[in-house]
Write a protein of this length. Structure first.
Length: 123
């Protein structure tokens, strides 16, 4: 599937704060914790608890969320299919970054070991 410019624009303007509760519900429903969710978000973006809460409170868009992030240098190793798109084939950088986050949340909800999700076994 190829993402359209309209699709990319919709993702860019989406508020992180509106999606975050869905991430949390998804992982908690599968027995994972808010702390674990925050751990994968911090690994990907560099945001600690305080920064993350501030971004949620300010209702930033995904565009702003990822502009301010310090993306993990190993993020490009996140591969697979999410929402019908193969992550490594997504041309738009922001859409790809959002899908990185979606993939990490999915892996957490699938009860994968944290070391495996964050790629620590590869080091």
């Amino acid at each position: 599937m190829k993402a359209t410019p309209e699709h990319n624009e919709r993702i860019a303007k989406m508020k992180f704060a509106s999606v975050y509760p869905h991430y949390l519900t998804k992982v908690e429903k599968k027995g994972r914790t808010k702390d674990e969710l925050h751990q994968v978000i911090e690994w990907l973006t560099g945001y600690d608890e305080q920064n993350l809460q501030s971004l949620i409170n300010h209702k930033v868009t995904f565009e702003t969320f990822f502009q301010k992030a310090e993306l993990n240098p190993n993020a490009h190793l996140i591969k697979g299919v999410i929402c019908g798109y193969r992550i490594e084939e997504i041309d738009n950088a922001l859409t790809r970054q959002v899908r990185y986050l979606d993939k990490l949340v999915d892996e957490l909800a699938r009860d994968r070991k944290m070391e495996k999700i964050l790629g620590e076994e590869k080091k």
